[in-house]
Design a binder for this molecule. Structure first.
Ligand code: FAD
Length: 447
């Protein structure tokens, strides 16, 4: 009889867990995966996928207005939130189904229950059943962190934003990270009056300063309100059902909804102490370069380890774990030059070192910029300038970073990130003939 019920028990069927389970099963391991909510995890159910679909839906507000300048007779259009919401939710269900099928096709046992760690080789399910495993992989992700203030229960998070009954007329968004800025754009384009309230005086900490300043300038110009150095003290419900948001040393803000986008906390309340799995000072599972926790038989990947909280990173970690432990193909995730985007209006994207970080590391780096108005925006009469920045090593000419804001920036950046990852020089960009007319050609025309 086998020593354990399964070779691998994965807790959490999100980006990292599903990849790890499928790949381990492909390598011949006997695998079970537990999911307490819906297969697909944050990205598919209430993150990247529905968010991006809402961004597409929201951008029609600008496209329909611009279309008139391109000769289209656009009648007064009405936006119907429930149509978009329900279409997005059914797309989410479709994709979640595909994830489930992939697991089943790979003979992974999918257990639709909450699971906790009972010991180094033991998982306890909500039904009371216990499963023993040679290895346990914790891929439980993260959950919105909500400040502990009076009235916090009156607010929502991104989790609930996809299921709203109606678009609020006025919304206060707490936070200034990518989720806050993306939803500020979404709600604004759908006609809400948006006020973003942030503790510090910057948005999108960690992104290139000039690029995020450009987003701030464009977003403010569009009518999104920013309140900086402001902390929400409490939220109160009014008799008419609206909310009052109290901010220290300032007038309260009247609104119809408050959304907390104040960071995401790794989900670790699952009995990890029963197996000696330690957390780091940010409350994330401590892992080594091979995703192994402080318990020899327990590994962790994805947001629960809080390395880079992005889907493609969680997927790579899941792949590396299963190839290493079950596939006899050991490899590690390379965290250098991971591209990322903010799906604002217009979107931002970047890869590699920002100007600030490059200066800290190399001193007098070279910076090339292209500050231009996309052809489409010129004809549309849209006064919105794109900005591309290239950060170059002072001696080797290697491109250290690329940062951009403008239409389709994430699509353009993904291709350019290959060049940055490959360590190409500025000269290699210069040697490439421009593809004209395009916005991306600015990348090879920066002088
Ligand atoms: P998750 O995908 O969160 O999966 C964890 C799963 O574990 C969940 O399904 C959860 O229900 C389950 N679970 C938790 N505890 C238990 C338990 N005890 N028992 C059983 N199951 C459990 N990333 C991008 O790359 N691009 C984007 O554009 C992007 N947009 C985002 C937008 C929003 C609004 C949010 C919130 C996130 C976004 N992300 C984006 C981040 C991305 O979703 C995460 O980085 C990614 O989902 C992490 O994958 P994971 O496998 O670590 O965890």
């Amino acid at each position: 009889m086998a020593e354990f019920d399964v070779d691998l028990f994965v807790i959490g069927a999100g980006s990292g867990g599903v990849r790890a389970a499928r790949v381990a099963a492909g390598h011949g391991a006997k695998v079970a995966i537990a999911e307490e909510y819906r297969v697909g995890g944050t990205c598919v159910i209430r993150g990247c996928v529905p968010k991006k679909l809402l961004v597409y839906g929201a951008h029609f507000a600008e496209d329909l207005a611009d279309a008139r300048r391109f000769g289209w007779k656009v009648p007064d259009c009405e936006f119907d939130w429930k149509t978009l919401r329900d279409n997005v939710l059914s797309e989410v269900t479709r994709i979640s189904g595909i994830y489930g099928e992939t697991l089943e096709n790979n003979k992974v046992e999918v257990i639709h229950e909450r699971a906790t760690v009972a010991g180094p080789h033991e998982v306890k399910l909500a039904s009371g059943r216990t499963v023993t495993a040679k290895y346990i992989l914790v891929a439980t992700g993260a959950t919105p962190a909500i400040p502990d203030i009076p009235g916090k229960e009156l607010g929502i998070t991104s989790n609930e934003a996809f299921n709203l009954e109606a678009i609020p007329k006025r919304i206060v968004i707490a936070g200034a990270g990518y989720i806050a800025n993306e939803f500020a754009g979404i709600f604004h384009e759908f006609g809400a009056r948006v006020t973003l309230v942030n503790r510090t005086n910057v948005i999108l900490r960690g992104y290139d300063e000039q690029i995020r300043d450009r987003l701030l300038q464009i977003s403010s110009g569009k009518g999104i309100n920013f309140k900086f150095d402001a902390e929400i003290e409490r939220i109160e419900k009014q008799e008419d059902g609206s909310l009052l948001v109290y901010i220290a040393d300032d007038d309260p803000i009247a609104c119809d909804a408050v959304m907390f986008a104040t960071g995401r906390q790794p989900l670790t309340n699952l009995g990890l102490e029963n197996a000696g799995v330690e957390l780091n000072d940010r409350g994330a599972i401590k892992v080594d370069d091979d995703n192994r926790s402080t318990c020899e038989s327990i590994y962790a990947v994805g947001d629960v380890t809080d390395r880079i909280q992005l889907t493609p990173v969680a997927i790579r970690e899941g792949q590396a774990f299963s190839d290493t432990v079950f596939g006899n193909k050991p490899h590690r995730v390379d965290y250098d030059n991971v591209p990322s985007a903010v799906f604002s209006h217009p979107p931002m994207a970047g890869v590699g070192l920002t100007e600030g970080k490059a200066r800290e590391k190399y001193g007098a780096i070279k910076v090339f910029t292209s500050d231009f108005r996309a052809m489409k925006n010129v004809l549309a009469g849209r006064n919105e300038r794109a900005l591309y920045k290239m950060i170059v090593h002072p001696e080797t000419d290697v491109v250290l970073g690329l940062h951009m804001i403008g239409p389709d920036a994430p699509e353009i950046l993904q291709a350019a990130a290959v060049a940055v990852k490959a360590g190409l020089t500025k000269q290699a960009f210069d040697d490439t003939v421009a593809l004209h007319p395009s916005m991306a050609e600015e990348l090879v025309l920066m002088r």
